[in-house]
Design a protein around this ligand. Structure first.
Ligand SMILES: CC(C)(COP(=O)(O)OP(=O)(O)OC[C@H]1O[C@@H](n2cnc3c(N)ncnc32)[C@H](O)[C@@H]1OP(=O)(O)O)[C@@H](O)C(=O)NCCC(=O)NCCS
Length: 324
């Protein structure tokens, strides 16, 4: 076996990694090449605070497995940095031959060289999965390699046909919920920078710079301006829908991101009002199968008729300092 540098500009590499993932993870967790290109886009991972690298495992000249690893540094994150194994897969005929172990070892060495103090499986800035999907059983593989299991998170889903506003969404008063418009850009970014200066702020900056529709953000306006926001995805959004693995749900598909409410306005019913407004927006656009991804507050989303759709086991490891 040899390890070859993964080149995100190579169609052959994009194709090979996509095929390996789809063969290893099955139809329910399959994605298309556009998603693989999006998640490995060199325009995003430009080495200026956003770093990603990968390897293809080659056997007899054939790609048999791949790994991608990444780390966000300043200005997006502060030291000590925390790295990610973004995605790892070995094609079924080549499994249980030590290839997965070799790919993880390469990723850990690369991350250590980037100054990372720890590594998380999945959950990277351009996310493939929040952690190993429970249905793949691969958390046991990571455990074998010294990773600890750090709990479960899940995606929830429902068919929006027949969605009706639940009582919980009627508590807030004096607020308006609507898709953001171009003139809301400064207010939206100001809100995110104030309340969620980490990932969500930078995600919004990057999405808007890349030409994503601002109306994919749904905002809640109180008397003082934007006080809550969430991000939705349609099948034609800039962020590929593949990320949410909605295959078992009726089309058209939609996604709704986690609700973010100003810290001093939590408990006022803003989150539920925003959820309801966003769900009605998706419903009015014809969305049926709707996913809310990567969450732990199952009870909150359950009030809107959502049920657990997929579970992920979070896994991570501290990286010992090696010779760099
Ligand atoms: C997880 C995966 C990458 C493992 O690759 P692999 O090449 O088969 O793994 P290795 O042969 O290197 O296995 C290393 C060790 O883990 C064990 N192992 C491998 N898969 C395992 C599993 N599913 N459960 C328990 N142990 C496992 C091996 O037996 C081996 O044990 P050893 O210490 O006795 O030698 C592969 O099964 C896969 O592609 N799964 C689907 C994708 C996935 O789940 N990715 C993770 C989320 S990003």
């Amino acid at each position: 076996m040899t390890l070859e540098t993964f080149d995100p500009r190579s169609s052959a590499h994009i194709d090979a990694a996509t095929r390996i993932w789809n063969a290893a993870c099955g139809a329910d967790l399959a994605f298309g090449e556009r998603f693989m290109r999006y998640n490995t886009d060199p325009g995003y991972w430009n080495g200026q605070g956003r770093h990603q690298a990968g390897r293809l495992a080659m056997i007899d000249g054939q790609p048999a497995g791949f790994v991608l690893a990444s780390v966000m540094k300043a200005p997006y994150a502060n030291a000590p940095y925390s790295g990610h194994i973004d995605a790892l897969a070995v094609a079924p005929p080549y499994q249980r031959r030590g290839i997965g172990r070799a790919l993880v070892a390469w990723a850990e060495t690369w991350l250590r060289g980037q100054g990372c103090a720890g590594v998380t499986v999945g959950a990277s800035a351009r996310t493939f999965v929040p952690g190993p999907p429970l249905e793949l059983g691969s958390a046991a593989f990571f455990e074998r390699l010294g990773y600890s299991r750090n709990g479960i998170c899940c995606d929830m889903a429902r068919d929006l046909a027949g969605y009706q506003t639940p009582p919980t969404a009627l508590k807030a008063s004096g607020v308006t919920v609507r898709p953001a418009q171009p003139e809301d850009k400064a207010a939206l970014l100001g809100f995110l920078k104030r309340e969620f200066p980490g990932g969500w702020y930078w995600e919004c900056v990057q999405l808007l710079e890349a030409g994503s529709r601002i109306s994919d953000y749904v905002i809640l306006l109180s008397e003082r301006g934007v006080d809550a926001a969430l991000l939705v995805t349609f099948e034609d959004s800039y962020r590929p829908m593949d990320r949410f693995y909605p295959h078992r749900l009726p089309r058209p598909w939609g996604q709704l991101g986690s609700v973010g409410v100003s810290a001093d306005r939590r408990g006022s019913g803003y989150g539920a009002a925003l959820m309801d407004g966003a769900l009605r927006y998706l419903q009015a656009r014809g969305v049926r199968g709707c996913v809310i991804d990567w969450l732990v507050l199952v009870d909150f989303y359950g009030k809107f008729g959502f049920e657990v759709f997929r579970q992920y086991e979070m896994a991570g490891k501290e990286l010992q300092r090696g010779i760099e």
